[in-house]
Design a protein around this ligand. Structure first.
Ligand code: SF4
Ligand code: SF4
Length: 62
């Protein structure tokens, strides 16, 4: 199974949200002012979130 992790200390949260917009599987969502990871088992390992994140806070391991 693919695992998806997000470093909350680096994430820009409400100022950004790029990963939420780009993920085709809707793995990321806002919860308050934080970005959380949901149903990571549905991640298709496309890695577009890694390319778009300005702060390098996402890791995807297949
Ligand atoms: S690798 Fe693709 S499917 Fe997985 S969390 Fe990133 S954007 Fe979403
Ligand atoms: S793209 Fe990166 S910095 Fe932006 S909300 Fe997502 S995890 Fe946070």
């Amino acid at each position: 199974m693919v695992s998806v992790n997000l470093d909350q200390d680096k994430c820009k949260g409400l100022e950004c949200g790029e990963c939420i917009d780009i993920c085709p599987m809707e793995i990321f969502q806002f919860e308050g002012d934080k970005v959380t990871i949901n149903h990571p088992e549905e991640c298709i390992d496309c890695k577009v979130c890694l390319d778009i994140c300005p702060n390098d806070c996402i890791s995807v391991k297949g």
